[in-house]
Design a protein around this ligand. Structure first.
Ligand SMILES: Cc1cc2nc3c(=O)[nH]c(=O)nc-3n(C[C@H](O)[C@H](O)[C@H](O)COP(=O)(O)OP(=O)(O)OC[C@H]3O[C@@H](n4cnc5c(N)ncnc54)[C@H](O)[C@@H]3O)c2cc1C
Ligand code: SF4
Length: 337
C-alpha cells in the first residue's frame, strides 16, 4: 500500500474544498476502498474521511418519499421501520448483500460507488481498461463467468456488483450530489454508466462531487415485489444474476411494472419500454416468460457466461411470479422457492 495522508472533514464545504486537492478520495465505510488500496488498484495520496458529516439520517420528503443520507449504513437502512413497511424491496436487496459485519459499515453513498468485482480489475498484473485506460481487457478472451451480457463494449464487459442499487433503480430513486458548482440531482438510472469507450468511468459524478443522499419516491410497491438473487453460495457472494421486480396488480392484471437486473451489465439494467409492455397484461407465467425472453433478446454471452442468459430469463419470470403472488423471495431463510 502506498503512503497517504488523512483528514477528517467537519462540513460539506470543507469536504468539497479538500476533494479538489489532487489524488484525494472520500472514505466512508472503507469496505471497498481499503481493499482496492491494499491490492494497489487504487492509490490515493489523500483520504478525506466523511464520517463526521451530517448525512446519517433518513427523512420524509415533501412528496411522501424518503431521503436517505449518504452515510446511512446498509444495515440501518434495511432495518428502518419506514423502509421495511414502505420499500420492502429495498430492505430485501440490502439483506441479500455482503454479510452482517459489512452491512454495518457499508454506506449508501459507498454502495453506489463500489467498483466492479471483475477478477482482472483486481489483478494489477493483467491488462484492464477500467484500471488503466488503453491497456486492454483481460476478461475478453479470458474467464468470463461473472461478466456482463447486456450493454457491453469491446473495451469492457464488467458488471456493477451492487444489490442495493438494483432495487433503487427499480424504485425510480434520485441521487442528490453537491460539488464545487453547488448541489444537483439526477435520476438513479442516470448515475451509473455503460462502459462504451470510457470504461474507466463508472458513473456520472463530476470530479470532486460528493453524494449527499438518495431520494425514494412515494410509491414503494410494498404489496407486490421480490428481490431474487442467484449466486454461487446462498450468502456472502455477489450476484450472478439478480432481479428486482415491483408490480401493481389490479384485478389480476398488471397496472404498473418495474424490473431492474443486477449482475448482467455495467449498471443496474432497466428497460422502461419493455416494462410498459407488461401494463394491462394478465399476471401469469406465460406473459412473464415472454417478457423475460424479450428483455434478454439482445443479450450476448462470451462463452463462460452464456448460462446467464437463460438464468436471467428464468429469474425474471420467477421474480415476477413471486411479486404477483405477494410471496417475495425471503432473504431471512434464504430458501429458493
Ligand atoms: C467480501 C465482500 C462482499 C460483498 N458482498 C456484497 C454483495 O453481495 N452485494 C453488494 O451490494 N455489495 C457487496 N459488497 C460491497 C459493499 O456493499 C461495498 O463495499 C460497500 O457498500 C461500500 O460502501 P463503503 O461505505 O464501505 O464505501 P468506501 O469503501 O468507503 O468507498 C467506496 C467508494 O465510494 C466513494 N464514496 C464513498 N462515499 C461517497 C460519497 N458520499 N460521495 C462520493 N463518493 C463516495 C469512495 O471515495 C470510494 O471510491 C461486498 C464487499 C465485500 C468486501
Ligand atoms: S471487463 Fe472491464 S474491468 Fe474487467 S478486465 Fe476488462 S476492462 Fe477491466
Amino acid at each position: 500500500m502506498n503512503p497517504f495522508s488523512y483528514i477528517r472533514v467537519r462540513d460539506l464545504a470543507q469536504a468539497i474544498q479538500e476533494a479538489a486537492i489532487g489524488g484525494a478520495r472520500f472514505i466512508a465505510g472503507g469496505t471497498n476502498l481499503l481493499d482496492l488500496m491494499k491490492e494497489n488498484v487504487e492509490q490515493p495520496g489523500r483520504l478525506i474521511d466523511i464520517n463526521g458529516l451530517p448525512l446519517s439520517h433518513i427523512e420524509e420528503t415533501a412528496d411522501g418519499g424518503l431521503r436517505i443520507g449518504a452515510l446511512v449504513r446498509n444495515a440501518a437502512l434495511a432495518a428502518d421501520p419506514r423502509v421495511r413497511a414502505r420499500y420492502p424491496l429495498l430492505s430485501s436487496a440490502l439483506l441479500a448483500g455482503a454479510s452482517p459485519q459489512l452491512r454495518n459499515m457499508a454506506t449508501t453513498g459507498g454502495n453506489l460507488m463500489q467498483r466492479t468485482r471483475c477478477y482482472y480489475f483486481y489483478d494489477v498484473a493483467t491488462p484492464c481498461n477500467k484500471r488503466q485506460p488503453g491497456s486492454g481487457c483481460g476478461a475478453i478472451g479470458g474467464v468470463t463467468r461473472i461478466h456482463a451480457i447486456l450493454g457491453t463494449s469491446d473495451q469492457c464487459i464488467a458488471t456493477h456488483p451492487s444489490d442495493m442499487c438494483v432495487a433503487m433503480a427499480a424504485l425510480g430513486a434520485r441521487v442528490n450530489v453537491v460539488g464545487p458548482d453547488g448541489p444537483r440531482s439526477m435520476a438513479f438510472t442516470d448515475f451509473h454508466r455503460l462502459p462504451g469507450e470510457t470504461p474507466h468511468l463508472d458513473h456520472n459524478l463530476a470530479p470532486h462531487e460528493l453524494i449527499t443522499s438518495v431520494e425514494l419516491p412515494r410509491d414503494g410497491f410494498p404489496q407486490h415485489y421480490s428481490y431474487l438473487k442467484i449466486r454461487d453460495r446462498l450468502a456472502y457472494a455477489f450476484a450472478l444474476v439478480s432481479v428486482a421486480a415491483a408490480l401493481q396488480i389490479d384485478g389480476g392484471r398488471i397496472a404498473a411494472a418495474r424490473i431492474a437486473l443486477g449482475g448482467v451489465a455495467h449498471k443496474p439494467w432497466r428497460n422502461p419500454d419493455a416494462e410498459q409492455s407488461l401494463t394491462g397484461m394478465q399476471a401469469n407465467p406465460e406473459n412473464f416468460a415472454d417478457f423475460a425472453r424479450d428483455l434478454l433478446s439482445e443479450a450476448k454471452g462470451r462463452g463462460d457466461n452464456d448460462f446467464k442468459i437463460t438464468l436471467a430469463q428464468r429469474a425474471i419470470a420467477r421474480a415476477l411470479a413471486q411479486a404477483a403472488a405477494g410471496t417475495p423471495q425471503s432473504q431471512v431463510d434464504k430458501q429458493i422457492v
